[in-house]
Write a protein that binds this ligand. Structure first.
Ligand code: SF4
Ligand code: MG
Length: 320
């Protein structure tokens, strides 16, 4: 199939969507299906991998290959797939519980290894499929079915976590932003290596309005800080003590997502500790580092070049 022939319909499966009415997942699905044709990759070379949770159903609705794995193991399945099939475009869809609790270890190591997979983390700050328990991103004091007196556990900040795990591409966007979401997906797709895209996603049933401060069209200019690379960032300044502040009269802050040192991106990520406050939206980090599959291929080639029966090659094919 020629790239120019691809349309949104080529990525829409015949499966009935079963998310609750008004769920933010619908907007993300529409954005992904609408964006994919521009990549020019035929559906048979695309794989969506998911774990457990509402977001886990995503793979059914893409008319591509898909794998619906056990809880939190999407990045692990995708890592194996990427090692075996360099020709595939591999995407993981996961939620805040799936990615950051049950699958936390798999997530950080896929990022650390720079496995060439794109990870879409739907963050609704709640366990939705199991009907409303506190998740690893639920805010302190959050009253849920599992925390009737308020959550006492400090939440993860997924952007900070990914940066700390040495991720080479880290971004945040919002489910209903029809311009920004495809822009971030485009950049993630173009990135060679692992990409972590946090998507603020509304769960109207169990955590409605968690990100309303960021959706309000009038207040949006106040509550979103767009990361404009190479340009001063609005609303953020550095005070006389060198601390990042929202607003103020200090010098404009410049952000460069391509800086090798992730310290400044991390500093920016801390501004979003409260979803009620101004929150950076966009690409925090986009840097190049050897991709895990390429390194493995190189090592195997070296081992084969000097092969004897004790080489890595012989070990890997001992059962052939
Ligand atoms: Fe969406 Fe929440 Fe329903 Fe899950 S429980 S499908 S996240 S609205
Ligand atoms: Mg969730």
């Amino acid at each position: 199939m020629a790239a120019t022939e691809l349309t949104k319909a080529d990525f829409q499966s015949d499966q009935e969507t079963r998310w609750c009415p008004g769920c933010g997942d619908y907007a993300v699905l529409a954005a992904v299906q609408g964006f994919f044709p521009e990549l020019g990759i035929p559906p048979e070379r695309v794989v969506f991998v998911s774990g457990i949770g509402c977001a886990g159903r995503f793979a059914y609705y893409m008319d591509t290959y898909g794998m619906h794995g056990i809880h939190g193991r999407g990045p692990a399945l995708a890592t194996g797939l990427a090692a075996a099939r360099e020709d595939l475009s591999i995407w993981v869809v996961t939620g805040d519980g799936d990615a950051l609790s049950i699958g936390g270890n798999h997530l950080i190591h896929a990022l650390r290894r720079n496995v060439p997979v794109k990870i879409l983390l739907f963050n609704n700050q709640i366990y939705g499929l199991t009907k409303g328990q506190a998740s690893p991103t639920s805010e302190l004091g959050k009253v849920t079915k599992s925390t009737p007196f308020g959550s006492i556990d400090a939440p993860f900040n997924p952007i900070s976590l990914a940066l700390g795990a040495e991720a080479t591409f880290v971004a945040r966007t919002i489910d209903t932003d029809k311009q920004h979401l495809p822009m971030v997906l485009r950049a993630a797709a173009a990135h060679e290596g692992a990409a972590l895209v946090e998507i603020y996603q509304n769960c109207p049933v169990f955590n409605d309005g968690a990100f309303d401060a960021l959706r309000d069209k009038k207040r949006g200019e106040v509550n979103r800080i767009y990361l404009e690379h190479g340009e001063p960032i609005r609303n953020v300044t550095r005070d006389a003590d060198g601390v990042l502040r929202i607003g103020g009269d200090g010098a404009p802050v410049i952000h460069d997502a391509h800086r090798a040192d992730p310290s400044f991106a991390f500093e920016l990520s801390r501004l979003s500790s409260s979803p009620d406050g101004p929150t950076p939206i966009g690409i925090f980090r986009d840097v190049a580092r050897p991709v895990s599959g390429q390194e493995l291929t190189h090592q195997l080639a070296q081992a084969r070049a000097g092969a004897d029966d004790s080489t890595l090659d012989a070990v890997l094919h001992a059962g052939d």
